[in-house]
Design a protein. Structure first.
Length: 173
């Protein structure tokens, strides 16, 4: 915790010094930080409200049925569909994945969801298609998504062989 505070203070000193001495790269870093912070402040509260509603409204049995150990390929399809609609990118996908895990989704489906939310969100794909082309975007998705599923299955097998367990979060005093 002390190291985190020290790094934050050093960062603030760097940005402040950049402003005083006119160091353009430091000023740009500070501007980017403020821009991304503003985006997060706008997105995260809405995302956490939706995650909270998900926790309350979606039953554990539903997740176990559609994304659990007996879900088969259907679990991966659900993970990709859910990931494609995730707003806020990968930063929001981790709390959603945690919620899915608590409700009984299998590990490979969680990996698929996290990876697919990084590469296959609908808004990102539309943006990509407008610059690079629809054909490229479709080829990229049709190549990437099966590889994501295969890698997720492979990771799950490795981790279950080594008796991996997802640790519970630390309780705050």
């Amino acid at each position: 915790m002390k190291a985190m505070i020290a790094l934050s203070v050093l960062y603030a000193i760097f940005i402040f010094a950049s402003l005083i001495f006119g160091i353009d790269s430091g000023i740009q870093i500070g501007t980017n930080f403020l821009s991304y912070s503003k985006e997060l402040i706008l997105i995260l509260p809405c995302a956490f409200i939706l995650i909270g509603l998900f926790e309350v409204w979606v039953k554990k049995e539903t997740i176990e049925k559609h994304m659990g150990t007996d879900s088969g390929i259907k679990g991966y399809i659900w993970a990709i569909l859910l990931a494609s609609t995730t707003i806020g990118g990968i930063i929001v996908s981790f709390p959603v994945a945690y919620s899915l895990q608590k409700k009984g989704a299998k590990l490979s489906v969680l990996f698929t969801y996290i990876s697919a939310s990084a590469i296959g969100r609908i808004p990102m794909t539309i943006f990509e298609a407008s610059f690079i082309g629809l054909k490229f975007s479709i080829i990229r998705l049709l190549t990437s998504l099966p590889l994501v599923i295969l890698t997720s299955i492979f990771l799950e097998k490795i981790l279950t062989r080594s008796n991996f367990q997802i640790a519970e979060g630390k309780k705050r005093p």
